[in-house]
Design a protein around this ligand. Structure first.
Ligand code: AMP
Length: 280
């Protein structure tokens, strides 16, 4: 396995791989890898000749008051995981390499998909995500890229962007990997103290309460939402950022359950913002 820090070198390597007719899978990450990332890598390994993992904490997708500086980073640990998983290349550029002085071009996803859910409380986040992914796809030119359904809005926006801009990358969604108690794995879980960690299961617990309600035939979205909101509010350490139930095909807010309904939430546990979702 090789760690590449330079864009030109990465481009040459990717071109060589493609010229040999080999398939190239890519897993974009911000590092501090865990089982969730590993599941994407495994899927990439199964379906491609060569796998590149990008590890880049992308400054343009963080708001001014967010955790860019404090975001956990550990390249040594990440390298070991990638090596064990049989990754061929890690692409790990410095921020200056990706955004040199004078950088001024951004990819802005449509408002329909960003004026909702995380796009409201994290303005500019998806602009940063789409910009960095367009750059990474252009540098690495993968046949396949792998994304977790944990960041479901990101997955939908990236699918749309790749289609709209004819980027020619197959976007593959992979299921959410969870801790034993149901908490979705996340690099940000490391921010939680012991008490907060226990409280954090309220996200999954509340979604499942909503699901139970739906399984029993409830179709009224406001009623389902109320069950979920009340459940989260029963946890003193939890503070709701949003709980939304939308049509996942159109991104419209709905009153009655649709064929492809997305329940998505962001909840602060202490100072840590966690997300979770369910497609029903
Ligand atoms: P991140 O490093 O947090 O930017 O995540 C990189 C990729 O890993 C994204 O596509 C995430 O959706 C995915 N990912 C993160 N956590 C999980 C998880 N618990 N299960 C599945 N995929 C995940």
């Amino acid at each position: 396995m090789k760690i590449i820090r330079n864009i030109e070198e990465m481009k040459i390597i990717s071109k060589e791989i493609k010229s040999k007719g080999m398939s190239l899978g890519m897993v974009p990450t911000m590092g501090f890898l865990h089982e969730g990332h590993k599941s994407l890598i495994k899927c990439a390994k199964e379906n491609n000749d060569i796998v590149t993992v990008s590890i880049f904490v992308n400054p343009t997708q963080f708001g001014p008051d967010e955790d860019y500086e404090s975001y956990p980073r550990d390249l040594e640990h990440d390298s070991k995981i990638c090596q064990m998983e049989g990754v061929d290349y890690i692409f790990h550029p410095e921020p200056d390499e990706m955004y040199p002085d004078g950088y001024s071009t951004f990819v802005i996803p449509g408002e329909k998909m960003t004026n909702i859910l995380c796009g409201i409380t994290r303005p500019g986040h998806f602009r940063g995500v789409c910009t960095v992914l367009t750059k990474l796809f252009s540098i690495i030119n993968p046949d396949n890229a792998y994304f977790g359904e944990k960041d479901i809005q990101q997955l939908a926006i990236v699918r749309r962007m790749v289609k709209d801009l004819n980027l020619g990358v197959n976007i593959n969604g992979c299921p959410i990997i969870r801790e034993e108690d149901g908490l979705a794995k996340s690099s940000r879980n490391t921010y939680l103290n012991e008490e907060e960690r226990k409280a954090a299961i309220i996200l999954r617990k509340s979604i499942l309460k909503g699901k139970e309600f739906m399984d029993n035939g409830e179709k009224n979205v406001e009623k389902i939402r109320k069950v979920i909101v009340d459940s989260i509010n029963s946890e003193p350490l939890a503070k709701i950022d949003y709980v939304e139930i939308i049509d996942f095909d159109t991104f419209d807010r709905i009153e009655k359950l649709s064929k492809n309904t997305l329940i998505a939430m962001a909840v602060y546990i202490g100072k840590t913002r966690l997300i979770d979702n369910l497609i029903y």
